[in-house]
Structures are given as structure tokens and as C-alpha cells.
Design a protein around this ligand. Structure first.
Ligand code: DGY
Length: 416
């Protein structure tokens, strides 16, 4: 189902209004800086409007890469009082200021899509050649600096690194994070969005406690990986990294750059670790793993369906996807409505996110892919470019004029 031209023009207007000159804010009032996986997905929208601008979006993010290889979650290009915690809290000592954690790696996959669909092939391929070494260093950082020696899995040290901050996946491991006495917390997010649509205070206190802990460790990434009070293996990070590694290897072969064999070898190791530790042998479902406790977590979330894109589909997982698609009028609910943790309006605890539908559909074909596209198109037509929606009545929630929702309209829903 494709969107009418007027909706696509409105999507382009959202990107232009959120453009800060080479980088794009996810949402004007809520997220006034550059976010990592937002930018990569936003670049796919820019690709339809201006391929040079799309490449610039990725380049401005990679320019903030740390010497160790990490590409940060947030780049604070210029001061803005509307977001907490800002650079004065993170104090990572970087120029431009950045946060000190990362986000799910989708850059390589977005760049691969830009190359595959390029209108100006010479321009986009030249851009890809320039950007790929930095992306490869970031992937290597996941394997080296963030490798859990016991399992071979990638260590995630903060729920913000998963992009799915308050998902019930993190309730159990977060409960072990100590909160310092007298912790001072500001909820500037609640100016733009009602409190029942945002993470609870109890979650936020632990989010901030982790930031302060890592700050006291001077953002020593190896220490964070080894000793963080929150150490998990996140399905989203693993499945998107696996897909991104496959895309990176294919780009390396196509453009004759990097070392595709080395990428293939580490991809095979990552796949083995995911199959051994995250994928349930009977149901095929992909779970989170609490590395601090040494066990797979029982909680289930829709990010498991990114496994289709990562090449880990099983019959059981296909049956689960069908059940989740049928569970609500507007799938995918991020948490199944039969789950006691389900909340229809609260952030990653139930609402349908068009961006997650887009990422899941990227790995699907046929009816399920068409259904997700039809849901996203209907939500956008009825409610505009929102951050997420109530999966029972479709009502728009969270941020408005959301850049990655506008981008997916242009990149995914424009062609039908
Ligand atoms: C927030 O502040 O809500 C973000 O999700 C952090 O990336």
C-alpha cells in the first residue's frame, strides 16, 4: 500500500524542518541533538530527496567516532536546554560533546541500501568507500571491546544502548543497578510528552545511575564492558549487528575494499554465539541474556522478529510472528498483549513503533511484509509522523513530526 503524494510531500517537509545543516534531529522538542541509529535510518529518507545530503548525515555521525572505534549514541552538536541528561552530565570530554555509550548498529545496512538503490551510482559508491573504514572499526569495537569472554556475546551496558529503554526485557537486570543517595534527576521529556507514554521514574533513576557510574570510571569502555552493574546481551543489537555485518561484507566485496574474509569469519562467530545463547532451541524465539547473572531471560519482546533479517528464521519463529500479527488491530505490539508487562501507551512496553515494523519487514517477504507496510501506512495517514502508537486503537503517541517515521514513509512506503 503506497502513500499518496501529499503525505510524501509532508514527510519531506518534516525532514527539512528537522535538518540542522548536515545532521537531523529525531524530533524538535524531545530529541534536539543527533542520535546514532535515528540518523542512519533518517539518511534513507534523505536518499529519496538528495543523495549527497544522505551521505552527509552518515558522515556527520561518524565524525564523532571515538578513537577506540565506538560511534556514540548522541552527538551534542550545539547546546540545547530541552534534553536531559545533556553534555554537562555525561562529561565524556569529546569534541563535539557526545554521550559515552552506543546504539544498535544499522549504519552499514542503511549504506548498503543507499548503494543498491543509488540514482547517482558514482556519487554514492564514492561516499560509501569513504565511510566504510569507520563503520568497520565500529563493528570491530563490538567484537573486541564489548565481547563477553564467557559467551562470545556482545555486552550492552545501558538500556539506552538497546534503543528500547524501558522494555520489560530490562526489568530484571535493571533491578540490580544501585541508585546513589540524593540522585538529582530532571524529566525534561515530560514537557513534550505525557508521563504515561514515557518511561517511569524508577527506570529513569537507574538510567541516570548508570551514566554517573560510567562517568566516575572516566568512560573506560573495557571496564564498562567487564564491570557494569547492567550487563546484558540485547536481541536488537545482536540481530542488527549480524545483518549489518552481512551487509558490510557484501559492500566490501562489491566495492573491493576492506577485508571481506575477516568480516565473514567474525560474522560466523557472532551467529554461533546467538544461536547458542539467545535463540530458544524449541521455539526459535530470540531472548535477551543477563550476562551478569549468566542466564537467558524469559521476557519476550517484538525485537526477536529482527531474526528474519539476520537469517535466523525458524518455523517456530514464523508461527510466533503470525500470532503477534493477529494479536492486535495494529501490529507489531512491542510486548504481546497477553504478557503481564504489556502497557498499551507506554513507550517500549506495548505500543507499535512504525520504525520497528520497518526493520522487521526488511527481513520478510509476502503477506507479513505487506501487512506491516499497510499498518504503518494507515497509522501515518491517520495520525501523522508519530514516534509510536497504541496498538489497540492506533492513536498516535510520543514525539510528533518524528524524523525516522517520515524517513520510512519516503524510503519504504513510497513505492507500494
Ligand atoms: C531518551 O532520552 O529517551 C532516549 O531514548 C535515549 O537515547
Amino acid at each position: 500500500m503506497s502513500l499518496p503524494p501529499a503525505t510524501l510531500e509532508a514527510a519531506a517537509r518534516v525532514l527539512r524542518a528537522n535538518d540542522r545543516g548536515g545532521w537531523t534531529v529525531p524530533a524538535r522538542d524531545l530529541y534536539p541533538f543527533q542520535w546514532n541509529w535515528d540518523s542512519a535510518l533518517i539518511a534513507l529518507g534523505w536518499r529519496r530527496l538528495d543523495e549527497a545530503r544522505a551521505l552527509q548525515e552518515l558522515a556527520s555521525l561518524l565524525a564523532a567516532q571515538w578513537p577506540c572505534g565506538m560511534v556514540p549514541q548522541i552527538v551534542f552538536h550545539r547546546p540545547d536546554p530541552r534534553y536531559f541528561p545533556g553534555p554537562e552530565v555525561w562529561r565524556t570530554g569529546r569534541t563535539p560533546p557526545t554521550s559515552g555509550i552506543t546504539q544498535p548498529p544499522v549504519l552499514a545496512s542503511c549504506l548498503a541500501r543507499m548503494v543498491a538503490r543509488a540514482r547517482d551510482r558514482a556519487l554514492v559508491e564514492a561516499g560509501a568507500r569513504r565511510l566504510l573504514p569507520a563503520i568497520e572499526r565500529w563493528h570491530r569495537w563490538f567484537h573486541e571491546v564489548r565481547r563477553d569472554p564467557a559467551t562470545g556475546l556482545v555486552v550492552t551496558v545501558h538500556p539506552w544502548e538497546t534503543g528500547m529503554d524501558d522494555s520489560p526485557l530490562w526489568d530484571e537486570p535493571l533491578a540490580h543497578v544501585p541508585v546513589p543517595e540524593g540522585l538529582r534527576l530532571e524529566r525534561r521529556d515530560l514537557v513534550a510528552v505525557p508521563a504515561d507514554q514515557r518511561p517511569r521514574m524508577a527506570h529513569y533513576r537507574r538510567f541516570l545511575a548508570l551514566v554517573l557510574c560510567f562517568r566516575a570510571w572516566r568512560w573506560d569502555q573495557r571496564r564498562m564492558a567487564a564491570q557494569s552493574p547492567f550487563r546484558v546481551a540485547d536481541p536488537t543489537t545482536h540481530l542488527l549487528l549480524l545483518a549489518a555485518e552481512r551487509d558490510l561484507e557484501a559492500l566490501a566485496r562489491r566495492l573491493g575494499v576492506l577485508d571481506p574474509e575477516a568480516i565473514a569469519a567474525r560474522t560466523a562467530r557472532l551467529e554461533g554465539a546467538i544461536r547458542r545463547h539467545l535463540q530458544d532451541p524449541e521455539s526459535g524465539f530470540i531472548h535477551a541474556f543477563d550476562l551478569a547473572a549468566g542466564r537467558r531471560l524469559a521476557a519476550r519482546a517484538a525485537c526477536a522478529f529482527l531474526a528474519f533479517r539476520a537469517g535466523l528464521a525458524t518455523d517456530g519463529l514464523t508461527r510466533a510472528l503470525m500470532a503477534w500479527l493477529a494479536a492486535v488491530p495494529f501490529p507489531l505490539p512491542t510486548v504481546h498483549p497477553a504478557d503481564p508487562g504489556f502497557e498499551r501507551r507506554r513507550y517500549w512496553r506495548g505500543p507499535v513503533w512504525p520504525v520497528l515494523d520497518r526493520l522487521v519487514a526488511w527481513g520478510l517477504e509476502g503477506e507479513p511484509a505487506a501487512r506491516l507496510a499497510a499498518v504503518a501506512a494507515e497509522l501515518i495517514r491517520r495520525f501523522g509522523f508519530r514516534e509510536y502508537h497504541d496498538p489497540l486503537d492506533g492513536h498516535g503517541l510520543g514525539g510528533r513530526d518524528f524524523s525516522w517515521t517520515a524517513a520510512l514513509a519516503l524510503d519504504w512506503l513510497a513505492d507500494g
